[in-house]
Design a protein around this ligand. Structure first.
Ligand code: ADP
Ligand code: MG
Length: 763
């Protein structure tokens, strides 16, 4: 049984509707120890026959047996396996990786075979020596002569150590002296292998070949043993070929079952190594690829930031009808146990990380106040002097309970006269309870208008009141913001604090309540005086109640005497209690503060921290009415960005394909050496992922340089503003994914054709 047997094998080529016959009905038996030379004119089918035998091309008719096994049913991967196991190739055009050194080229064949690093280190120098190239070991193949290249190709073919060695025009590109050396080398190898050589130059091989096959028009026209060459060859150089034989014997003795000293395909570590080597061994190509990926990184990240920025802008722009003092950095905070804030609570919050500002008097923070007289009126947010951060520009801080400090903008003072003229003047304002109070301006803070303030928030006029006044106001807020009910003689009715409702009056002693005469008919006796009234307050944060005795009722005539007030016409229906009792009902401390985060990026972290600390939080920017919702950004902006990224992907893909055109030859070569598709894909992926990572690292470096102030770019500053660690991570992942996709697509185009086809196309 021969090693290779062809029975009526035919191969046709179809191209543009025309069928050409490559070889037709070939019958052939080939075995180890033969040095077969196939000759014939150009176009006679020599290459086709060789390619069919070496499994690079399929055949259409007949049957080819490999060690007795039929192959007509073989799939592409079966032939790939066959090539890997049986065939070593030497080509006219050498098919070396020209950017690799001699050593790397020879080692590549063994690496693809899955040989161990140690084995490679031992054998490669021997093989290089055998082809006489020891002194060129570390030279790049691109710098060798034609004869030297062919020797490298032979060393590489031997490195694979297979039973069959095929060579297509191995001397075609060589001068006669180099050719002679190559022929001798091949003859040596044929001592225990099947060596098949295709040549149109029979003369060069005549004296060494054991068999000559002559072809014409796709058929074998002559098949003879060459005269006496066999004996000559065998005796001339048996020594060199003993190296692989001895090698095999050694492997067999170490591992009894092993037929060949080879592993199971290329190792993962080697794939990684080759990927890294391919990345850097052509510096110009690396730089071009890097440029492409810098383009990818910058355009994809620009899209990412655009979406992120729009979302942030949208989520921070809007209004909230309840919290009119809107600021995207504001979080309203209550205690989970619904108790009032203590000094310790304030301190803990003020000193917490990322807290830019704490507004203690949150209840009044959202109410505005009008301060006015005949010539002047000022409108601003009500603030507590304890929350003032600035020093007065003019005048001083409030010293007494009826003084106020105003805050406005020096280039936009719109409140009449000069700021100086207002100091010391008395003005009036009305609080929630409807009572008008007098106030004196003690000082003014003038601030420059902050153009860069977040969307203009923060540029508000403010009026800072002393703490006692604030307590009073808060009391009013709680009173108006709560539901107060009055239980009188078994009947419950709601009463409203403030004008026309529940009011304070110094003339009413503690523990008593003064009602209008309209309540008298509720009692059988016709007199309310002496009975009890239970007041119950249900506020947002607390409930309180108080039982008071009705001290009497007032009518039109007794009103002034009993209340000390004038004009009952302005006070119809009012109920009076002592201010101390009023305080008992409504002045229960502060239950709500506002925390301002230093940066909206820290919002989520702050929220978590507060919640863990026992606080209930309301992030204002999550509860606003927007012109455009975040979802709308997602619906409109996101697809646009995805389209841009897709365009970037295809541009990058085509440029990468142009730059890596020569990789086609590389992969055709490694596949002819027996590398499978998967490892080839991985090697490509390593290269593009590596370049992409370097590009991304450079991008991060640019951002870092912007951050420390070395680079100045508004665009890069945007990245700093809108991207968090999580975003950088996501962005990196998107880019790596794109690199993997590009490499996958690139490999698909390379693998579209069969190994030989790819080679024909690219070479
Ligand atoms: P040789 O190597 O002896 O020069 P080939 O084996 O290359 O001859 O070619 C044999 C025949 O097959 C020729 O007629 C050639 O035109 C044809 N042929 C070879 N390769 C192809 C191909 N890829 N497509 C179409 N015809 C081909
Ligand atoms: Mg040919």
């Amino acid at each position: 049984m021969g090693m290779i047997r062809l029975k009526n094998v035919s191969k046709f080529y179809y191209s543009k509707g025309i069928i050409a016959s490559g070889i037709s009905r070939i019958n052939l038996d080939l075995d180890a120890g033969e040095f077969v030379v196939i000759t014939g004119e150009s176009g006679s089918g020599k290459s086709t026959l060789l390619n069919v035998i070496s499994g690079l091309d399929t055949y259409e008719e007949g049957e080819m047996y490999i060690e007795g096994k039929e192959t007509s049913h073989y799939t592409a991967s079966d032939f790939e396996e066959y090539r890997q196991k049986y065939i070593s190739c030497i080509f006219q055009s050498f098919n070396l990786i020209s950017s690799y050194t001699v050593y790397q080229n020879v080692a590549l064949a063994m690496q693809i075979d899955g040989c161990s690093q140690e084995e490679i280190r031992q054998r490669v120098p021997d093989l290089i020596e055998k082809v006489g190239l020891s002194e060129y070991r570390n030279r790049k193949v691109s710098k060798l002569s034609g004869g030297q290249k062919q020797r490298v190709a032979i060393a590489r073919a031997l490195a694979k150590d297979t039973k069959i060695l095929v060579a297509d025009e191995p001397t075609g590109n060589l001068d006669s002296e180099s050719a002679e050396g190559i022929v001798k080398l091949l003859a040596d190898i044929a001592a225990d292998k099947l060596v098949i050589v295709v040549t149109h130059n029979y003369e060069q091989f005549k004296s060494n070949a054991t068999r000559v096959i002559k072809m014409y028009d796709g058929k074998i026209v002559e098949d003879t043993g060459a005269e006496g060459a066999r004996v000559e060859t065998a005796s001339a150089a048996p020594a060199p070929v003993t190296v692989p034989r001895a090698e095999r014997a050694k492997a067999q003795s170490e591992d009894g079952s092993a037929k060949h000293a080879k592993g199971h395909g290329i190792k993962y570590g080697t794939q990684l190594l080759l990927g890294v080597r391919n990345t850097f061994n052509l510096p110009a190509k690396f730089l071009l690829l890097l440029l492409v990926f810098l383009f990818v990184v910058s355009s994809v990240s620009a899209q990412y930031v655009t979406v992120k920025k729009q979302k942030d802008t949208v989520s921070e722009t809007g209004w909230n009808s309840y919290f009119s003092h809107y600021d995207p950095k504001r979080i309203v905070v209550e205690k989970n146990d619904r108790t009032a804030f203590t000094r310790a609570d304030y301190e803990a919050l003020e000193n917490a990380p990322h807290v830019a500002k704490l507004v203690r008097e949150d209840m009044i923070y959202d109410s505005g106040v009008f301060i006015e007289n005949e010539q002047f009126s000022f409108y601003g947010y009500m603030m507590s002097i304890t929350d003032l951060e600035e020093e007065p520009t003019i005048g001083s801080l409030p010293q007494t309970e009826d003084e106020v400090l105003l805050l406005g903008y020096d280039d936009g003072w719109t409140f009449g006269d000069t700021p100086e003229a207002l100091i010391g003047q008395t003005y009036s304002f009305t609080m929630e309870d409807g009572v008008e109070r007098k106030i004196k301006v003690s000082g003014i803070v003038l601030k420059p208008y902050d153009e860069n303030s977040d969307y203009g928030y923060g540029n508000n006029s403010e009026a800072y009141f002393p703490e006692a006044m604030i307590n009073e106001m808060r009391k009013g807020m709680y009173a108006t913001g709560s539901t107060t009910t009055m239980l009188i003689n078994g009947t419950e009715e709601t009463c409203y604090p403030g004008r026309g409702g529940l009011m304070t009056n110094e003339n009413v002693p503690e523990g008593y309540i003064l009602l209008p005469t309209s309540y008298d008919p509720m009692f059988k006796s016709g007199y309310a005086a002496g009975s009890d009234v239970k007041l119950t307050v249900k506020a947002l944060h607390y409930e309180s109640d108080l039982t008071l005795t009705i001290m009497g009722t007032y009518g039109d005539k007794t009103f002034e005497k009993k209340t000390g007030l004038e004009k009952i016409s302005e006070h119809y229906g009012e109920i009076y209690i002592n201010p101390t009792d009023y305080r008992r009902l409504y002045e229960r401390g502060n239950f709500q503060v506002s925390v301002f985060v230093d940066d909206t990026k820290n919002m989520d972290g702050m929220k978590d921290m507060l919640q863990r600390g026992g606080y209930h939080t309301l992030v204002l920017k999550d509860h606003i009415y927007n012109f455009m919702s975040e979802e709308l950004v997602t619906i409109i902006q996101l697809p646009m960005s995805v389209i841009v990224c897709l365009a970037v992907f295809f541009i990058a893909y085509f440029v990468v394909r142009l730059i890596l055109k020569s990789r086609g030859v590389y992969f055709a070569t490694v596949r002819m050496l027996g590398m499978g598709k998967q490892p080839a894909r991985r090697i490509m992926r390593v290269e593009l992922v590596l370049v992409c990572s370097i590009a991304y690292a450079m991008f991060l470096l640019f951002i870092y340089l912007t951050r420390i102030g070395v680079l100045q770019s508004q665009k890069l500053l945007d990245y700093l503003t809108y991207l968090t660690a999580r975003d950088y991570f996501a962005l990196g992942a998107i880019l790596l994914f794109m690199a993997v996709l590009i490499s996958g697509r690139f490999m698909r185009t390379i693998f579209k054709s069969s190994a030989m086809g790819a080679f024909r196309e690219e070479a």
